[in-house]
Ligand binder design. Structure first.
Ligand code: 4AD
Ligand code: MG
Length: 431
């Protein structure tokens, strides 16, 4: 009996006989030879059956295999420089687990709606698999970055009694007799955690009932939210540029094969090394006006504005110090110019838009109370948050990285729907 092995590890078994549990991805035959394209999640490999060598029974079994049939294949691993994986399997045995019939996703072009309805199967395709592998590597790189820098992972709640990022896109639910909302951001809780543990980060799902149907918006998305005590606006930006550079370099190092499947131009990613350029909101407005875009100081940027600004750079760019008027209630005003706040959005290159939003937070209890009044926030619901400014308040900052937009950028995708296994989009809750 030969040892079980995954396709991703055949490089360690050259010359050995191995057994692989797998699915048939594709098949072709030329008379007395059949070529089976096998996949097992860890990779793809071609298995070769020679009629004279395997005998009638195995040859017959192989000829009945259909796309996505499941099987065990036994064979000898050979190096094969002409094949994509660099290896091939010479088949000596074959055991069918199940013959799959009429698999709906044929190796041809399908419409997006059809593929989205079959997302549970679509993720088996080489492209979708590559994206999910890159996503997993990005998550690994994120955890590694924070682990190496003394951060603690903290999990904020998903069900919350109040909002963090405004009340317009909250998901409401009943919490027994009370009202509750799905979290839009763990930030406020992470501020409490930073006062307890110093440097913390969260990684969890967040929800926004946004009626926007764009290539950048999901209803449910995953956010990484670091929060750091005794860290100011400038230091916050330094962490962010180190963080994003680390993620990119880690994917380049570990996912070369997947980026190739995705036909990603990696020369663009290789340039993503800290430091990143910074421009102020004021400078960004001036830049747009010089380009002939009609834009007034005090308006928020839309996606086309962000793209126009980002096009001037081949790295992500920080747009800093937005007007206080339309930014979140918790952002600290610039002491020299209270009409702007100590915040920054990081805009990815190549038109991928805002991937990070962050800021230094208000630490002054009186100013925070004033903001509560201006924003009509109930002091009752947020009493605990006000406490943080009462008992040893310190300068602190943090940010939120949107995982799916980061995956879309690194993989070079047109739409965030392919960046998450089962996307929740406007009007899509299935599968
Ligand atoms: O800019 P946002 O709204 O910032 C916050 O929620 C802060 N409380 C974070 C913090 O400081 N701890 O969201 C942060 C990031 C955005 O830059 C974007 O990448 C992503 O989350 N994001 C979305 N991604 C996909 N679909 C959506 N609907 C998103 N909304 C925000
Ligand atoms: Mg934002």
């Amino acid at each position: 009996m030969s040892g079980k092995c995954m396709i991703g590890e055949v490089n360690r078994h050259v010359g050995d006989q191995v057994t692989i549990g797998c699915w048939l991805h594709n098949k072709r035959s030329s008379g007395k030879i059949q070529f089976l394209q096998l996949r097992d999640g860890s990779g793809f490999i071609q298995a070769v059956l020679v009629k004279n060598e395997v005998g009638e029974q195995i040859w017959e079994a192989a000829s009945h295999l259909t796309q996505e049939s499941s099987l065990y294949v036994t064979g000898t691993v050979r190096e094969e420089p002409r094949s994509q994986s660099g290896y091939e399997l010479t088949v000596t045995g074959l055991e069918i687990i199940q013959i799959s019939s009429e698999y709906p996703i044929a190796p041809k072009e399908h419409g997006v709606d059809f593929l989205m309805d079959h997302r549970h199967l679509w993720i088996r395709s080489p492209r979708q698999r590559a994206i999910l592998v890159v996503r997993s590597q990005i998550i690994r790189a994120i955890q590694q970055f924070f682990d190496e820098r003394g951060f603690h992972l903290v999990d904020p709640p998903i069900l919350t009694p109040s909002s963090c990022e405004g009340t317009t896109n909250l998901f409401h639910t009943k919490y027994f007799d009370e009202d509750a909302y799905l979290t839009q951001s763990g930030q406020l809780y992470m501020e409490a955690a930073a006062m307890a543990l110093g440097k913390v980060y969260s990684f969890g799902p967040t929800f926004r009932a946004e009626k926007s149907k764009t290539r950048r918006h999901l209803i449910e998305f995953w956010m990484i939210e670091p929060e750091m005590a005794f860290v100011d606006h400038e230091e916050n930006l330094e962490v962010q540029e180190q963080f994003v550079s680390h993620i990119i370099q880690s994917v380049l190092q570990n996912c070369a094969a997947e980026l190739k499947v995705l036909e990603r131009d990696t020369s663009k990613l290789e340039k993503i090394v800290a430091p990143f350029p910074r421009i102020s909101y004021d400078e960004a407005v001036e830049f747009l006006q010089k380009q002939g875009v009609e834009f007034e100081w005090g308006e928020d940027f839309g996606a086309p504005h962000e793209t126009a600004i980002a096009e001037a750079y081949d790295k992500p760019v920080f747009i800093t110090k937005y007007p206080t008027s339309f930014k979140a209630f918790y952002m600290k005003p610039d002491p020299d110019r209270p009409e702007v706040v100590l915040c920054a959005d990081m805009i990815a290159p190549e038109g991928y838009g805002e991937i990070i939003g962050g800021s230094q937070r208000i630490d002054d209890p009186e100013l925070m109370e004033q903001r509560f009044q201006e924003h009509n926030l109930s002091k009752e619901a947020y009493q605990w948050y006000l406490d943080l400014r009462k008992y040893g308040s310190v300068p602190h900052s943090g940010f939120g990285l949107g995982l799916e937009r980061t995956v879309a950028w690194i993989c070079g995708l047109d739409h965030v729907r392919e960046t998450i296994p089962f996307p929740r989009l406007l009007y899509r809750l299935y599968p």
